[in-house]
Design a protein around this ligand. Structure first.
Ligand code: HEM
Length: 405
């Protein structure tokens, strides 16, 4: 256990722990974090092992950390903050570029940028729309209720990322199970290690198969460049497969729940489907599903919001409190589908800003527009107090969403 040196001008031990519990509203950040943003916007928190790091809660401060190369994303640097023992054991040594710094990070990321450009992703629109319609045809055939997560929100992005990568969707039970374990902070270190090992072995095997008989998927195209071996491609595949379906799936289901809870907003959107693009940005801001804080470590002393973060100390950048910062988003605690929310940081900021955001936007726009149009009577079949929220997961959402139409 390492206990980091504390600054003399701040209380020690820190008053806050991370992660902090959520309060009454399931969409709002933990009240202790919102209080911190108002009172001590850059403050220390205690982590699960008794070590501590800095919590950054304001919009401008979050952007300044994430946009600053003096903060590293490398999990093997001393002082890097982990949110659980399992996360610590599976992050160190993992080579995917989300945990690298430039220039190594940029070299790998550049190999993917062409595939995720807006124009390239927009060309997938007819295919994504067709998949959304097929899933809804199946879900509604002869029935008037279903779990929206299992039958629509999860399979849609999962099918899309499988096609993009060239991963057989038939294996979805296998990789969804493993990725769920990996993004669950409550998983034991053993469970996380096993899940990471099995997922990596699966993608390595797939990469070897494809190097013998390529298809038109991204995994084959990466191998054909000749710059990466099967292990490198598998590490990238793991990152894309997890990031590509967990996030959009949870955003879709949580967005539906948020809209069902706010009938006036839902009606506005139904009355004017032209609002959908802006509504998706507002929902991304309001829900901020990557909710545990983006981890970084200072490689030299850096002043953030007037506080000096010494070299070698960790930082958690909270996207959910940043996205409700009243200095940037007036009445930020409320959902307003007509708001211009494009400046939100739900996709992060700086060199690691989400690579998949054009794809996430396309999927969310199509998923929500199609649901609202085809199921105008959609409603919850249980009280919201019976809904299980994914509080332990690094991606927030709901485990199931029982709806009728
Ligand atoms: C990075 C959020 C969908 C691929 C990130 C980061 C955030 C994020 C906050 C920054 C992590 C950091 O700086 O430490 C989201 C949200 C999504 C979403 C909210 C959906 C609503 C997707 C999709 C893909 C994807 C569909 C597609 C494959 C990635 C990748 C990175 C990333 C590869 C790492 C980028 C880098 O390190 O350069 N995402 N994401 N994401 N995301 Fe997403």
């Amino acid at each position: 256990m390492t206990v980091t040196e504390h600054s003399p001008d701040l209380p020690y031990p820190p008053a806050l722990t991370a992660p902090a519990p959520r309060g009454g509203c399931p969409f709002a950040p933990p009240p202790a974090y919102e209080r911190a943003r108002e009172e001590t916007p850059v403050t220390r928190v205690t982590l699960w092992d008794g070590s501590s790091c800095w919590l950054v809660t304001r919009y401008e401060d979050v952007r300044s950390v994430l946009g600053d190369a003096r903060f590293s994303a490398r999990a093997d640097r001393p002082g890097f903050p982990f949110l659980s023992e399992g996360r610590k054991q599976t992050s160190v040594g993992r080579t995917s570029f989300i945990r690298m710094d430039d220039p190594g990070h940029a070299r790998l990321r550049r190999m993917l940028t062409a595939d995720f450009m807006v124009r390239k992703i927009e060309a997938m629109r007819p295919e994504v729309q067709r998949l959304a319609d097929e899933l809804l045809d199946r879900m509604t055939a002869g029935r008037d209720s279903a779990d929206l997560v299992a039958e629509f929100a999860l399979p849609l992005p999962s099918l899309v990322i499988c096609r993009l990568l060239g991963v057989p969707y038939a294996d979805h039970d296998f990789f969804q199970g493993r990725s769920n374990t990996l993004i669950n902070e409550a998983s034991t270190p053993d469970e996380m290690r096993t899940a990471a090992g099995e997922l990596t072995a699966y993608l390595t095997r797939l990469a070897h198969e494809k190097s013998g008989s390529p298809d038109d998927g991204l995994i084959s195209r990466l191998l054909e460049r000749g710059e990466l071996d099967c292990d490198d491609v598998a590490a990238m595949g793991v990152l894309l497969l997890i990031a590509g379906h967990e996030t959009t799936a949870n955003m879709t289901a949580l967005s539906v729940l948020a809209l069902l809870r706010e009938p006036a907003q839902l009606e506005r959107l139904r009355a004017d489907p032209g609002l959908i693009d802006g509504a998706v940005e507002e929902l991304l801001r309001y829900l901020s599903i990557v909710h545990k804080g983006l981890p970084r470590v200072a490689v030299e002393d850096v002043t953030v919001g007037g506080v000096t973060v010494p070299a070698g100390e960790g930082v958690l950048c909270l996207l959910n409190t940043a996205n409700r910062d009243e200095d940037v988003f007036a009445s930020g605690g409320g959902l307003d589908v007509t708001r211009n929310a494009r400046r939100h940081v739900a996709f992060g900021f700086g060199v690691h800003q989400c690579l998949g955001q054009p794809l996430a936007r396309l999927e969310l726009r199509i998923a929500l527009e199609t649901l609202l149009r085809r199921l105008p009577e959609m409603r919850l079949t249980v009280p919201i107090t019976d809904i299980r929220f994914r509080t332990d997961m690094s991606v927030y959402g709901v485990h199931a969403l029982p709806v009728a139409w």
